[in-house]
Design a protein around this ligand. Structure first.
Ligand SMILES: NC(=O)c1ccc[n+]([C@@H]2O[C@H](COP(=O)([O-])OP(=O)(O)OC[C@H]3O[C@@H](n4cnc5c(N)ncnc54)[C@H](O)[C@@H]3O)[C@@H](O)[C@H]2O)c1
Length: 353
């Protein structure tokens, strides 16, 4: 494919990982035109890309490298208009409902966007012959892993409605790869952190609560193990899979294994707060069906595509803490809204019904 004016449609590009990925592509590939299709749900925020919007707003439309499109991946007519009009070289899908706790309160939006939305995208790719589709998935599809590490061959054992919706999307996408020879890859990332993450997730919640002098609600004992991955390491993995991944393949992208309490302790040290971590948390009852350990194995993407984890956890946790210290206005506005407060109350009370 010719590099000049490659057109890339990024779905869900106003969210946390999507906006970091838009910025990654914008910076790394100056000849690409980026289209960002996002419904702007509670966690979608156009302000996440205001730096790029500002640069682009001064340009004539023909030279524009970034276009925001407000819309829903579940809208078939919209995709049937957009895809033939712009003739995208690639579609990358980040659009999703992404919070496990919310999927326990109500899973309808999760099934709608994460399953029906992905079906709508892959079927549109099939009908219009889009040359590459990249589905962004998660290590949560493997479920709880008591020991060892999960390669891409591991069985799917989703434990909650969120991971079940993501696993369903993977199974559907795989079926299209096989039956329809859909030229697609699936990239399964582990727990991401970094700038612009909606503060209902552990790391931005812990940092912002510590800055505000509030205790951090922690599920159960906080001994759950996750594979922590800086969002830019994930973006580089997605970039490799997008450009060099083989059609029909799945690639895990993993970080470093740490418990939730270890992560909070690193944040406490970064903020140079006194006492031990226990002084800053309040343990709530655990999520029903909580997964105790995720452990994806990223050997395949390292060996086949040369991806590697470049960032050191302690260094990027510190950078992330500094980002939230310097962007207080960004998270204070979000935390002030009813949609955040209602969820926060439920999480503190561990009300999952
Ligand atoms: N955050 C993580 O740790 C993590 C890890 C692995 C994989 N993932 C996956 O990466 C993707 C992005 O996650 P995130 O944490 O950035 O999520 P996020 O919740 O911050 O962002 C999701 C974005 O999708 C948009 N969206 C929701 N429904 C839509 C619809 N119907 N049509 C168009 N746009 C819609 C939202 O407005 C928002 O901008 C998700 O698919 C998630 O499953 C996340």
């Amino acid at each position: 494919m010719h590099h000049w004016r490659k057109k890339i449609l990024i779905c869900g590009g106003a969210g946390f990982i999507g906006s970091n990925f838009v910025r990654h592509i914008y910076t790394r590939y100056p000849s690409y035109q980026i289209y960002n299709l996002d419904l702007l749900t509670y966690c979608g925020n156009q302000a996440n890309l205001s730096d790029i919007e500002q640069v682009e707003s001064g340009k004539p439309a023909a030279d524009s490298r970034y276009v925001f499109l407000h819309g829903d991946i579940c809208d078939k007519d919209l995709l049937d208009r957009l895809i033939p009009t712009y003739r995208f070289d690639v579609i990358v899908n980040f659009a999703a409902e992404s919070h496990v706790d919310r999927s326990l309160y109500s899973s309808y939006d999760f099934i709608r966007t994460n399953v029906l939305g992905v079906h709508n995208l892959i079927d549109a790719c099939r009908r219009h012959g889009v040359p590459r589709f990249v589905q962004i998935s998660t290590d949560e599809v493997y479920g709880d892993v008591a020991e060892g590490f999960c390669t891409e061959q591991a069985p799917l054992h989703a434990s909650n409605p969120y991971s079940a919706s993501k696993a369903s999307a993977d199974v559907l996408t795989k079926s299209y790869m096989r039956s329809h020879k859909l030229p697609a890859v699936i990239v399964r990332g582990s727990n991401n952190f970094g700038p612009y993450q909606y503060p209902e997730k552990l790391i931005p919640l812990a940092i912002s609560n510590m800055i505000e002098g509030k205790k951090i609600p922690v599920h159960g004992t906080g001994e759950h193990v996750r594979s922590w991955l800086h969002v830019l390491d994930f973006c580089e993995g997605i970039d490799s899979a997008l450009h060099h991944g083989r059609d029909g393949e799945i690639y895990n992208v993993a970080g470093v294994q740490k418990t939730n309490m270890e992560v909070i302790e690193s944040i406490r040290q970064s903020l140079a707060l006194p006492n031990t971590v226990d002084a800053y948390v309040v343990h709530t009852s655990d999520r029903p069906g909580a997964d105790l350990r995720y452990a994806p194995d990223a050997t395949k993407i390292k060996q086949e595509l040369g991806w590697e984890l470049k960032r050191h956890f302690d260094a990027v946790i510190h950078d992330t803490v500094l980002w939230y210290l310097n962007h207080r206005f960004w998270w204070e506005e979000i935390k002030g809204k009813d949609v955040f407060q209602d969820h926060y109350k439920r999480q503190e009370e561990a009300k999952y019904y």
